[in-house]
Design a protein around this ligand. Structure first.
Ligand SMILES: Cc1cc2nc3c(=O)[nH]c(=O)nc-3n(C[C@H](O)[C@H](O)[C@H](O)COP(=O)(O)OP(=O)(O)OC[C@H]3O[C@@H](n4cnc5c(N)ncnc54)[C@H](O)[C@@H]3O)c2cc1C
Length: 420
């Protein structure tokens, strides 16, 4: 096709992925974004609670190892001088004391509290044998970090955050997500103050003290239809158009909405694909925003299985000047009353202010993951639908990876449809 303006692209969902691909294609194609909510931003959106930006899901800091993502965000969307750069300061509530995250560089701190445990963690780490073969996530932790780190920290924390037994989970998602020291850097950590080198050691947060500033900048000049829930998708063979909700026609569709529900929109999807979509597993989260005591930490991880929350996100530390607010997070549906009660056992949490429950937060990499995601994605590819994003690809993507995937897909689509 020569005149790309005539190619109408429907983008399903106005989260980070839909907004990014919309920005990247809007000058070359006729773009319309269909979003079920009255606002854009999806998972990353905040709501206002007494003037504080409350992340109803997680707490969203931004950084990236991808140069093209950084230049897209700071060059085209929200200039670098509109962001604060914040140093990560994360702690782990380990037994009855706190140590720095990542734990494998905190042997000296553990030694101050429990000499025997520090020795055991060290010996097991140095004796661990990694042959590159892992039956499941539990074995991956044992071979990468040694038995003691696995049983003392990684397995309890991951059992909590995935609400699943690491023995029944795939390890495939984890490599990019955790700092993995080799024996040399672990040893250096023992004798010096070496820390890990993750891309999130420093991160950016908008100077407005609200992530919505970034999301609104990402939505600028985009054609978005709000309050529009996509419920059916059909292909009209005569016109060669996709018809959404029996009324809106598009030449191409890019999906960013969750794959498990998307398949319900196709009345003719084969039974095995529908079954695969139904078997995709995810976890939702419940959050409470708290007024807290003062802290300079950015996150606290809590592996203790007897304590409801697995993590505090000290959102007030993202702000400038800092404020005393944190978000406590737990997997699954938990009421305000239950969460407020659980928080009473920690003096750090002063007053619960707001509560939210969300259905989609974490993709679960269970034993069916590979087979089910392949079946659904192959189906979409065969019928010519592009799919993108955290739940659009059923991946553990951060915002920057969603943007990276949008950049790559925009090139694929431009190359394919703008070639004369
Ligand atoms: C707890 C938690 C903490 C996180 N913390 C960070 C962090 O600190 N830093 C970071 O970079 N990333 C973080 N992330 C990841 C980040 O939130 C995601 O990568 C990103 O927001 C996903 O964007 P998306 O557009 O792919 O999906 P979504 O945000 O889910 O967007 C999908 C959109 O589709 C819409 N939609 C759904 N169904 C329909 C339908 N039928 N019709 C029309 N519209 C529909 C939804 O309303 C939504 O707006 C975190 C995620 C979680 C869960």
């Amino acid at each position: 096709m020569n005149d790309s303006r005539k190619i109408k692209i429907g983008i399903l969902g106005a989260g980070i992925s839909g907004l990014s691909i919309g920005q990247l294609l809007k000058d070359k194609f006729d773009i319309e974004i269909l979003e079920s909510k009255p606002v854009c931003g999806g998972i990353a959106r905040t709501t206002d609670v007494n003037g504080i930006a409350y992340h109803t899901i997680g707490g969203h800091c931004f950084n990236s190892k991808y140069e093209d993502v950084l230049s897209f965000v700071f060059g085209q969307i929200l200039p670098l001088d509109q962001w604060n750069k914040i140093e990560r300061k994360s702690k782990i509530k380990f037994h009855d004391y706190e140590v720095d995250y990542p734990i494998e560089f905190s042997i000296k701190q553990i030694y101050e509290h429990d000499k025997e445990l520090a020795k055991r963690l060290t010996i097991d780490f140095l004796n661990s044998e990694d042959d590159g073969k892992y039956a499941n996530l539990e074995e991956w932790f044992e071979k990468k970090f040694g038995k003691s780190f696995a049983t003392e920290y990684f397995i309890p924390y991951n059992s909590k955050i995935w609400k699943n037994d690491p023995k029944k989970m795939s390890y495939l998602w984890v490599e990019d997500k955790l700092p993995i020291p080799d024996k040399d850097s672990f040893f250096e950590g023992l004798i010096s103050n070496t820390k890990d080198k993750m891309s999130h050691a420093r991160f950016y947060y908008p100077k407005s003290n609200n992530q919505n500033t970034f999301l609104d900048a990402l939505a600028k000049n985009l054609n978005i239809k709000y309050n529009y829930t996509v419920s059916s998708i059909e292909h009209n063979k005569d016109s060669n158009k996709w018809v959404i909700n029996k009324k809106d026609e598009f030449d191409l569709i890019i999906n960013t909405t969750p794959l498990d529900k998307l398949i319900d929109c196709f009345s003719d999807a084969p039974a095995d694909v529908q079954a695969s979509a139904k078997s995709l597993r995810k976890n939702g989260v419940s959050n409470v925003l708290w007024k807290t005591q003062s802290t300079d930490k950015t996150w606290t991880y809590i592996p203790n299985k007897d304590y409801l929350f697995h993590r505090y996100i000290h959102i007030g530390s993202y702000f400038s000047p800092k404020e005393n607010y944190s978000v406590s997070e737990v997997i699954g549906n938990h009421s305000f009353e239950e969460m407020a009660k659980a928080g009473q056992s920690d003096n750090f949490l002063i007053e619960p202010l707001a509560h939210s429950i969300s259905e989609y937060a974490y993709v679960v990499f269970d034993e069916n993951y590979d087979k089910s995601t392949k079946s659904v994605k192959d189906y979409l590819q065969n019928i010519g639908i592009y799919t993108l994003g955290r739940f659009g690809e059923w991946q553990y993507y951060n915002m920057d990876v969603c943007i990276k995937k949008a950049i790559d897909l925009s090139k694929t689509i431009t190359d394919k449809y703008l070639k004369v």
